[in-house]
Design a protein around this ligand. Structure first.
Ligand code: ZN
Length: 315
């Protein structure tokens, strides 16, 4: 496999699908994940292990993880809200589990119905559980600091608290830390500052990923700022699925196709074939015809005569 510079972690089957009304069938989810992996995407967050009564869109997470496990060259990620979810995700065979801790405690209560201490206790239990598994069975365990750049319930979020919680998650046994702009509040300067501060706190080698939303159109600017500060994994969603119902035309997560186009044109290797990726977009749109699919690259098509990395050679 080609060496890559940036790992694109597709979160559409999780973050995207959990935010729309339509429930995608298990078969269609499988087709999407397989096709996107075949376009060169190497990591996909395929589902969330939350009770089906809370998120019926994710009821088939176990089956989807089991299926995705057999796809070659794919890291299968599952979001887990607590110990029970983590245990189920590990039983299903997830390569990596990701637990969100909302820096805004108000959001934490609204989202997971837990205080910071309660979430940290779940992290401790999960680490302990992983520790006693055979080495080959152990998933990567990422602690994700959500609402790290601001919260729709609390407004500003304390950076000191971000640092404190990040350090605590590492102490409790997470293998790495991710930052999330859950609400689309971040700007590039803020992104850079927080990455630098958190790097000092947890070590740059432990802060790898950034999860961005494009709520105010700053998604790609924030992505670039993250890369300039050494982030190597960027989350994004195919077709920006999960668009905010209160902001027509604004997408939820940053759009995978646009992110890949930017990096590809810049000569940054993602391992993804942009043409194949755009075919996956059409396929997924046909699965959810009543939902909006976003993306400038999808709408405009590739430039005439486009070649990978053309932006780095003098014409
Ligand atoms: Zn998100």
């Amino acid at each position: 496999m080609t060496e890559i510079d940036v790992l694109i972690s597709e979160v559409g089957p999780r973050d995207g699908l959990q935010s729309i009304d339509t429930i995608m069938s298990t078969e269609h989810k499988k087709e999407w994940i397989k096709a996107e992996a075949e376009s060169g995407v190497r990591e996909i967050e395929v589902g969330s292990f939350v009770p089906a009564k809370l998120l019926p869109q994710m009821a088939d997470a176990f089956e989807i993880v089991q299926y995705a496990k057999d796809i070659p060259n794919l890291t299968v990620v599952a979001l887990v809200p607590n110990f029970i979810g983590a245990k189920n995700a590990i039983d299903a065979g997830a390569d990596k589990i990701c637990l969100p801790l909302s820096v805004s405690e108000t959001h934490s209560q609204a989202n997971l119905r837990k205080s910071h201490d309660e979430v940290l206790e779940e992290i401790r239990k999960i680490s302990e559980y992983i520790e006693q598994l055979e080495k080959s069975q152990r998933p990567e365990f990422e602690g994700n600091l959500s609402t790290a750049f601001g919260c729709t319930l609390e407004g500003k979020v304390s950076e000191d608290l971000v640092l404190k919680l990040g350090a605590r998650m590492m102490e409790l046994g997470c293998n790495e830390i991710g930052l999330s702009d859950t609400t689309g509040y971040a700007n590039p300067n803020q992104i850079k500052r927080l990455i630098r501060l958190l790097n000092k706190e947890v070590g740059q080698e432990n802060l790898k990923s950034m999860h961005l939303h494009n709520t105010r159109g700053l998604g790609l600017a924030n992505a670039l700022a993250s890369l300039e500060e050494g982030i190597t994994t960027l989350d994004s969603s195919l077709g920006g699925i999960g668009g905010c119902p209160f902001a027509p035309g604004a997408s939820g997560n940053i759009v995978t196709e646009d992110l890949v186009f930017m990096l590809d044109a810049m000569g940054v290797e993602t391992g993804i074939d942009i043409n194949k990726l755009l075919e996956v977009t059409n396929k997924v749109q046909s699965f959810i015809p009543d939902e909006s699919i976003y993306g400038f690259t999808k709408d405009s098509g590739l430039p005439i005569g486009y070649e990978k990395g053309w932006g780095i050679v003098r014409s």
